[in-house]
Design a protein around this ligand. Structure first.
Ligand code: GAR
Length: 220
């Protein structure tokens, strides 16, 4: 890792398995970054415990303590800035960010969504896919813009929907790929290889197209 690795701020609301995948990728040396702080809007989020186990600062910032969404976001944003965060990773953060926050950190916020966007944005992407009857779903890492689950797409992984799937089995199959593509997208950012051109994200210096991941599973 270089002497000045990219600092990440990870925003979470729940169990934090994507946070764990990011931590693991850093510890394995696959991701040249460090997590400066993890911030949750839920006091009981298991993600906070995961962070603390790895010696990472973990904060609960209660949205209910502030008069408006923007006020809460201002405090969150100030914490991130004070720690020199260069990229904010939403990892199961179940709050919609206001245009204020998105503009403040423009093209420095990434999100992971459990569906192949633009299909099935919003809550319960996996259930939406099952209910719709698609045969392939997956997950998407994208930059965050002012619309929900909408910004330029960095990597997607396609995952089959099986005949006997329910929400839990499909979610688990998709999650396995979330854990692969999120650290990979962050690493591309850390390497300065992502270039946004309108809706398209170009990956500089890519040997081929490894940003569309389809079964059979990824190597490594
Ligand atoms: C993940 O499946 C993530 O894609 C999803 O929440 C889960 C969080 O799990 N995010 C969204 O639905 C955002 N719209 P985790 O806390 O174990 O990472």
């Amino acid at each position: 890792m270089g002497s000045n690795p990219l600092k990440l701020g990870v925003l979470v609301s729940g169990r934090g398995s994507n946070l764990q995948a990011i931590i693991d990728a850093i510890e394995r040396g696959d991701l040249e970054a460090q997590i400066a702080v993890v911030i949750s809007d839920k006091e009981q989020a298991y993600a906070l415990e995961r962070a603390r186990k790895h010696g990472i600062e973990a904060l609960f910032i209660d949205p209910r303590a502030y008069k408006s969404r923007e006020e809460h976001e201002k405090v969150v944003g100030d914490y991130l800035e004070e720690r020199g965060v260069g990229l904010i990773c939403l990892a199961g953060y179940m709050r919609i960010l206001s245009p204020y926050f998105v503009k403040r950190f423009q093209w420095r916020i990434m999100n992971i969504h459990p569906a192949l966007l633009p299909s099935f944005p919003g809550l319960h992407g996996q259930k939406q896919a099952l209910d719709y009857g698609v045969k392939i779903s997956g997950c998407t890492v994208h930059f965050v813009d002012e619309e929900t689950d909408h910004g330029p797409i960095i990597i997607q992984a396609a995952v089959p929907v099986l005949e006997d799937d329910d929400e839990d089995t499909l979610s688990a199959r998709i999650l396995e790929y979330e854990h692969k593509i999120y650290p990979r997208a962050i690493q591309l950012f850390a390497q300065g290889r992502l270039e946004i051109q309108g809706r398209r994200v170009r990956v500089k210096g890519a040997p081929g197209n490894t940003w569309a991941v389809v079964n059979p599973p990824l190597e490594g």
